[in-house]
Ligand binder design. Structure first.
Ligand SMILES: Nc1nc2c(ncn2[C@@H]2O[C@H](COP(=O)(O)OP(=O)(O)O)[C@@H](O)[C@H]2O)c(=O)[nH]1
Ligand SMILES: [Mg+2]
Length: 315
């Protein structure tokens, strides 16, 4: 039911399905099945960087620039629930508020639930919903720190890595993984001292071979997001990168995304079934406890789960 509404452009149906995805309601998968044939069109753009670098402000101004070009935009703001970012989602809402009455823009904030893999899975699904809604571009804002966030980054076609001036030592500390996935680098807050130096340092690091492996040479841009400065050039580079991908590896990336989704879903379904089976037979908690007490090693315990699953089910 929800899928039909979403395909007709009903905002409330989309919001409802996203809530179901977040809450892991099983029927959400049925809706995603129906939406699947309508996905694969949107340009997915990741915006990654440490808290406070200005990602939400950049996203807000990118929305403006994209709307001026007639593009429709979806935004997923992923915010790991941590004591340090508790207020960030509210802040994001306020920062992007001016777009909330624009029917061409759909913004959704996501908090992590603290379980492994849950974040990347629900982000992926929510991006698919926006894709099926027909959004031309989907911006995914995320803090690039944990494994989960790196997974989120992998789902984008184009990744923007946001830094600020004076991060000298931090630049060295940036995980190589982030440098490798960056397609466009932005030194935001260029109104602050040291922006040119940071740009140069980044360019040197990128030349040393940390750049992406697909032949694209990642540009390093300066922006002052709060003043919309550098935003048109950023949008131009986003479009250049999309065109580059389309010419070279777009199909590859699309294929990889769907294959990863498939593998992830296989893992999910097997896990769901295993825990359901063993819980029903009251073996799940016992096994968890035994592993916790080191009475059994986790490998053998996992093999026991598999053995249980291969046995005919006791009804
Ligand atoms: N000076 C200056 N401040 C900025 C700039 N861009 C964003 N900010 C400010 O930096 C703070 C953090 O911005 P926010 O977009 O929430 O960062 P996020 O945590 O990366 O999403 C806010 O107070 C913004 O107003 C900029 O270009 N220059
Ligand atoms: Mg933010």
């Amino acid at each position: 039911m929800l899928a039909e509404g979403i395909l007709k452009g009903e905002i409330r149906a989309a919001a409802r399905l996203m809530r179901d995805i977040d809450d892991e309601v099983p029927s959400a998968r049925e809706e995603l099945k129906k939406l699947f044939p309508h996905t694969g069109r949107a340009h997915i753009v990741g915006v990654t960087g440490s808290p406070g670098t200005g990602k939400s402000t950049l996203v807000d101004h990118l929305i403006q620039a994209m709307r001026e070009k007639g593009l429709t935009v979806g935004v997923v703001a992923v915010d790991p629930t941590s004591p340090f970012s508790g207020g960030a989602i509210l802040g994001d809402r306020i920062r992007m508020q001016r777009h909330s009455t624009d029917p061409g823009v759909f913004i959704r904030s996501l908090a992590t639930r603290g379980y492994l893999g849950g974040l990347s899975r629900s982000t992926h699904d929510i991006v698919d919903v926006m894709d099926a809604m027909g959004k031309d571009v989907i911006l995914v804002e995320t803090v690039g720190v944990g494994q989960d966030e790196v997974e989120v980054i992998r789902l984008a076609h184009t990744n923007i890595v946001v830094l600020i001036p004076g991060m000298g030592d931090d630049i060295q500390a940036i995980k190589a993984g982030i440098l490798e996935v960056g397609d466009i680098f932005v030194v935001n807050k260029a109104d602050r001292e040291g922006a040119d130096k940071t740009v140069r340092e980044l360019e040197i690091m990128l030349e040393m071979g940390h750049g992406s492996e697909d032949g694209w040479k990642p540009p390093v841009l300066k922006t002052i997001a709060v003043h919309h400065q550098g935003i048109p050039e950023l949008l131009r580079q986003i479009e250049l990168h999309r065109d580059y991908l389309k010419e070279h590896i777009w199909e590859d990336r699309q294929r990889r995304r769907i294959q990863e989704k498939f593998l992830e879903t296989v893992r999910d379904l097997l896990f769901e079934e295993a825990s359901r089976r063993l819980q029903k037979e009251r073996k799940w908690n016992a096994l968890m406890e035994a592993v916790g007490r080191r009475e059994i090693d986790p490998y053998s315990a996992a093999e026991q789960v598999l053995a249980e699953m291969l046995r005919p089910e006791v009804s």
